[in-house]
Design a protein around this ligand. Structure first.
Ligand SMILES: N[C@@H](CCC(=O)N[C@@H](CS)C(=O)NCC(=O)O)C(=O)O
Length: 215
């Protein structure tokens, strides 16, 4: 056992939890997976007990706590330098981090209008201009990264950048937002990852329904 515990929210809805979970799982890093389901109406007081921000994901490593999805990925990448969480090339790594930060700080229209919902039956959403602009920028990012690396993932092998965009794969799919063959091909490759499937399977088995995320 590595002594790492990752606290995550509902696998059906918690897109921020999915990012470090999928990065660590795809990289073969062993950790204890603890689900603390959230309820938007009431909040879940159990999250506050472990998390200084009252949010998940949260990583515990001995006495050390790390919060914020990307900070968790960075911490684990330093613990396991050979796991290939970031591209080996310095310039590629800088681009992977730029794209990852762009995800962390942006795409609010898409995130707000189309919450991640693994169980959602594919149904088209009437996207407004702001959502369409977010979708277009993400498609551009994927296209340019795949063209530069040659694929199959954004930087060749699966990396933290793919993990940061993994919940978008669900959103594009569930709300039927994209039609470009290159985009769809990348999504299929992400969806075929054992780590992605494992997360989906756990999400489907969850009993909790968060009405605000059922669009
Ligand atoms: N910027 C944070 C966002 C964390 C976040 O918003 N987590 C949500 C779940 S996806 C949460 O804990 N919500 C529970 C609540 O707000 O009560 C990160 O990247 O980790």
């Amino acid at each position: 056992m590595t002594g790492l515990t990752l606290y995550v929210g509902n696998k059906n809805y918690s897109s921020w939890s999915m990012r470090p979970w999928i990065a660590m799982t795809a990289a073969g890093i062993d950790f204890e997976d603890v689900v603390i389901p959230f309820d938007f109406a009431a909040g879940n007081p159990d999250i506050r007990v472990v998390s200084p921000t009252g949010k998940v994901p949260l990583l515990r490593h001995g006495d050390m706590l790390v919060w914020e999805s990307l900070a968790i990925i960075e911490y684990v990448a330093e613990l396991y330098p050979d796991a290939g969480l970031w591209p080996a090339d310095r310039l590629a790594r800088a681009r992977a981090r730029s794209y990852s930060m762009e995800m962390l700080s942006g795409f609010r229209a898409l995130r707000g209008a189309c919450p991640m919902n693994v169980r959602r039956e594919k149904r088209a959403l009437e996207a407004d201009a702001a959502v369409r602009a977010d979708v277009a920028r993400i498609e551009q990012i994927w296209k340019e990264a795949l063209a530069q690396s040659g694929g199959p993932f954004l930087f060749g092998a699966f990396s933290a950048a793919d993990a940061m965009y993994a919940p978008v794969v669900n959103r594009f799919d569930a709300y039927d937002l994209v039609a470009d063959p290159g985009t769809l091909g990348y999504m299929e490759r992400v969806k075929a990852l054992p780590a992605f499937r494992k997360w989906e399977e756990a999400a489907r088995a969850e009993p909790w329904i968060v009405l605000e995320d059922e669009i």
